[in-house]
Ligand binder design. Sequence first.
Ligand code: SF4
Length: 363
Amino acid sequence: MILLLFCSDISMDKTTKHTPRKAVALVSGGLDSMLAVKVVQDQGVHVEGVNFFTGFCVEGHTHAIRKNDRARPKRNNALWVAEQLGIKLHILDVSEPYKDVVINPRHGYGANLNPCLDCKGFMVNKAYEWMQEHGFDFLITGEVIGQRPMSQRKDTMPVVSKESGAGDLLLRPLCAKLLPETRPEREGWIQREALLDFSGRNRKPQMALAAQYGFEDYAQPAGGCCFLTDANYSSKLADLWQARGEKTYEIDDIVMLKVGRHLRPKPHFKLIIAREEGETNFLKGYRKRYISLNTVSHSGPIALVDGEPDEDDLALAARLVARFSSGRDAQNVTVQVRLKDGASRIVDIAPLSAAEVEPSWYV
Ligand code: SF4
């Protein structure tokens, strides 16, 4: 009997108590999404974050590999931001469906191979699906009008709302006052007056708001949130597609583009040469998937061969690897060539001279 009374007490409380509205935030790990969450949280909304793994994310990976970067903090900024805000973060692996965004962007690429407008629409769509599956009410992003040349313009922001399917359930708290009213505002889930009117590339308003909230430490992404905005990375991806004769990739391919020097002496093969100890250790993990070369008589980097080299190609590859070793000025350098099945042989070769390394080989 006591138990029954106790239970009915709970159900009464549930029906009379105000249930907060729930918003899903796209959390990149940068300041803007951090502020957008805070603005909405301050209105009593329950917020949880989603963050997408595409394979091109800048976070963590290269910093974790390269020894030179070890002084930098190895934090995942999206997780760190979520922790600061006290929200749950759901990291969603979208790397497989994301391929179509990179390979066939309907709205084309930005300055490099960054399909920002398609990418934004895709991510908002995935967040919208997640929102529906998990019973949340609306979506928020940290977008600011005029901040990015492709996806954050007054004329392209409605494209993202429309093509993602989110429509007016997508709220951009940092610039909402400059945009038409959204459903969360109309329904009174959010007070429009408490939202903001930031625009343009000037970061001062964000920094002032961060100071107001007491956020002192936050990531300052330069250029974009993924490697596709990077000119060097994009040229390596374009080279990969050209060499294969088709625009395809697997996750290992795009991870490999972040590591080492890439030199393509012939159209049908390229070398990925470690630049330092951390990369050497990383590339060693791929010796069963690629032919690998390393110098034996002198200290030097490991190199992987991507493509289908013949014997002459492997001889050229060995001379090139020797060029990047401490034996570059020696008459002969001993190089171990290891095939994918583990069989290996030793060759004695003369390193290429500096003049023999064509600048056009550098991808
Ligand atoms: S920078 Fe990369 S992750 Fe960010 S919107 Fe553009 S393509 Fe997408």
